[in-house]
Write a protein that binds this ligand. Structure first.
Ligand code: ADP
Ligand code: MG
Length: 358
């Protein structure tokens, strides 16, 4: 499913009310990634953007045997592994959110994710002993990161790298495993934004499997009636209980990232019960706290991604505090069909839901 070989490729040019735009979609990072450029996106730019996604996939995917993350996992309990500056950045941020969420978000959740197999071909409810065994291997405090250093005293040893000693990552015990499924797509979106800035792109929408970045200013509708006043981006929020594409409401925003974690993204059903993919690092089971989805807005997509998972796992009270402490907006959607948000940017459109402000 992860193979970069089969690409879903769609390139089209359209004259929308918002001016000329083109978009391209390809499978990367285990999901459908769509990039839409306004004002006529050049093919070389799409090429550069998607190449960057595949580069990041080769560093961070657990589904590629030769990725840096897979190498760290194989060397668990054995030896530290050199890591790229990119992976080091993501691991450091992951550890920050692990600490800030008191382990509700944990990048060493790999053994548990592997056990459940949600999103794979054979998901199943594991038995007690299996869960206990996997849980015993989940602990972000046993991920050792050592930063890059310029070692002036051993210029000979480090000759190949000009005296530069690379960063390393080490999982202390055998069987431990990293899983960056809750943060890597956010990092990737931020990297694409850097490339767009370099290219001088004015407006774009990046959507990496629901990890969204609305970049630049939304092109104004081309109409003399509406004038050319600045318009905000509108990002629909999926109704978790309805078909894909059915929105419960929308956010109106300037440039920012919008990331949702929900029970409907990846799940399987066994004996009539739904098991989704955000795991409770205390029980080893999917988080059950009455939430259907959490949407986070933040300037950093990496932060928004990690926060969406962390805030979902922590629930309304603690999660709300964590989001606010990190300068992020949050929209909570509950099974009882209430939506809690502090965001003035949110507009409810589905009257089946009730809005609760906090
Ligand atoms: P999505 O992958 O749909 O964007 P998330 O960002 O919420 O959703 O990430 C969920 C993924 O993160 C899971 O598929 C799994 O790989 C991983 N994961 C599950 N539970 C946790 C957790 N408690 N902490 C960190 N990562 C987790
Ligand atoms: Mg996430």
């Amino acid at each position: 499913m992860y193979a970069a070989l089969f690409l879903v490729f769609s390139l089209f040019s359209a004259c929308t009310p918002e001016g000329r735009s083109s978009a391209r979609s390809e499978l990367a990072l285990g999901t459908l990634c769509r990039i839409e450029l306004f004002g006529g996106g050049k093919p070389e730019l799409y090429g550069r953007l998607f190449s960057r996604l595949y580069e990041i996939e080769r560093m961070m995917s657990v589904n590629l045997a030769d990725s840096e993350v897979s190498r760290i996992n194989r060397a668990a309990g054995i030896a530290p592994v050199p890591v790229s500056p990119e992976l080091f950045t993501v691991l450091e941020r992951a550890v920050y959110f692990a600490e800030a969420s008191d382990g509700a978000f944990d990048p060493t959740v790999g053994p548990l994710v592997g056990l459940w197999g949600i999103g794979g071909d054979n998901p199943k409810v594991p038995d007690r002993e299996e869960i206990e065994a996997a849980l015993a291997l989940v602990n972000w405090k046993e991920l050792e990161l050592s930063g890059p250093a310029v070692d002036e005293t051993s210029a000979v040893d480090g000759a190949e790298t000009g005296g530069h000693v690379s960063a390393t990552a080490f999982l202390r015990r055998r069987g431990m495993a990293l899983d960056l499924g809750a943060i890597a797509k956010g990092f990737a979106a931020d990297e694409l934004v850097k490339l767009l800035r370099e290219a001088g792109t004015k407006s774009a929408v990046i959507d990496l499997g629901g990890n969204i970045y609305v970049y630049g200013t939304r092109p104004p509708p081309r109409s003399f009636l509406s004038g050319f006043k600045k318009t905000k981006w509108r990002v629909g929020i999926q109704n978790p209980l309805d078909d894909r594409g059915a929105y419960a409401g929308y956010l109106e925003l300037d440039e920012t990232s919008v990331v949702t974690s929900g029970v409907y993204e990846r799940f399987f059903t066994e004996n009539g019960k739904r098991y989704h993919h955000i795991l409770d690092t205390r029980t080893g089971f999917p988080v059950e706290n009455g939430l259907l989805a959490v949407t986070i807005t933040a300037p950093s997509s990496m932060d928004a991604d990690a926060l969406s998972t962390a805030v979902f796992a922590l629930g309304r009270e603690k999660g709300g505090v964590l989001a606010a402490a990190n300068g992020a907006g949050a929209v909570f959607m509950f099974e009882d069909k209430t939506i809690h948000t502090s965001s003035a940017d949110f507009t409810l459109t589905d009257t089946g839901y009730r809005l609760v402000e906090f």
